[in-house]
Design a protein around this ligand. Sequence first.
Ligand code: FAS
Ligand code: PHB
Length: 390
Amino acid sequence: MRTQVAIIGAGPSGLLLGQLLSQAGIANVIIERQRADYVLGRIRAGVLEQTSADLLREAGVGDRMEREGIPHAGFELLFDNARHRIDMQGLTGGKQVIVYGQTEVTRDLMEAREASGAQTLYEASEVVIANFDSAQPTVSCTSGGRRHEIHCDFIAGCDGFHGVCRASIPRNAIHEYEKVYPFGWLGLLADVPPVADELVYANTARGFALCSMRSRTRSRYYLQVAIDDRVENWSDEAFWYELRARLDPDARERLVTGPSLEKSIAPLRSYVAEPLRFGRLFLAGDAAHIVPPTGAKGLNLAATDVKYLAAALIEHYDEHSDTGIDTYSERCLRRVWKAERFSWWFTSLMHNFPDGGDFGRKLQGAELDYLVNSEAASRSLAENYVGLPL
Ligand code: FAS
Ligand code: PHB
């Protein structure tokens, strides 16, 4: 089989890249380890920056997001049993975010790919990438009961943190930066109305909590849990009890509980691989970097990587120029590191650190007090949350 771009991974990064390339008439094949319904079943991100929403519109998959996505002009910080609103729209000259789940983004992209007729090899095993330091890279895999050998011009590593692409790069050619946090997030999805109209991020003595949503009838909640905690330890009743204990009186009053549709624990880490290009192989999205979800940056960073990579590949084929390809890594990493900093800062501010001690808690209290009483500090938080300019 021959194609122009082989994309490894059918998560949001791979699907969005495939859609942008197909729109530009560039042949591409996606190789995905799981079944499509498994990919859709993973509950992850919930907040889209304006630039990500714009890119989905550009890719021709923004209609349902326009109809069902919920624009948010602010969010709240809860500490010392009181809530303080961060007026994102007022502090950033009108910018907002859109609450629209990653599952729905992925579904919209899968439907568009189906309609485009572009090929996706699902349930692909033994995926091997080779010769990406030459002009004739190849991808081989087993799918549909037979071995495929794909000859291509470029390989896009959109295969997430545990994928094969980054792992295929010689260790002396890559520099990895990592920080693992001493806790995880226990997430629960339920068909119950949200406790508030906007997201509520809580810093409490019992630990961090986040009240998010997918619609006005479906809520997504998170609790900070110990790094070695297991989802089997948490009945729905135990989850709702602990969430209630971390909320302010008004939210406690408004909380509606119900059976979980999904419950899982995600570890938190900051990670960046440098560089993001190795000959004809490019890393994008979680294959290249990971942020703790506190700042809602993971999916949005993936979208920006894909925007830059799609433009670079289109420029290569249409204008016979490799300027975009040659600057791809540096361009992405400038944005990635600013998002890494923000996500680390917001995570450090909002969570209980086992080794932080009383002094650490007092520092967090002082920073939160400063944050909600200084327009300059609130503006800095707001402009990072809505997404820095491209
Ligand atoms: P993905 O990991 O989504 O997709 C990679 C794809 O590659 C997968 O479908 C995988 O099956 C496939 N793959 C892997 N190895 C392969 C191989 N060898 N061959 C072929 N295919 C292979 N971000 C937020 O903004 N907010 C959140 O709340 C949030 N919560 C998260 C919770 C969890 C548990 C995780 C893991 C991530 C979370 N994220 C969150 C980040 C998440 O949304 C990612 O940023 C987003 O999924 C990135 O998309 P991709 O880069 O496509 O990677
Ligand atoms: C979510 O709705 O899943 C979500 C929202 C904001 C975050 C993290 C997760 O910061």
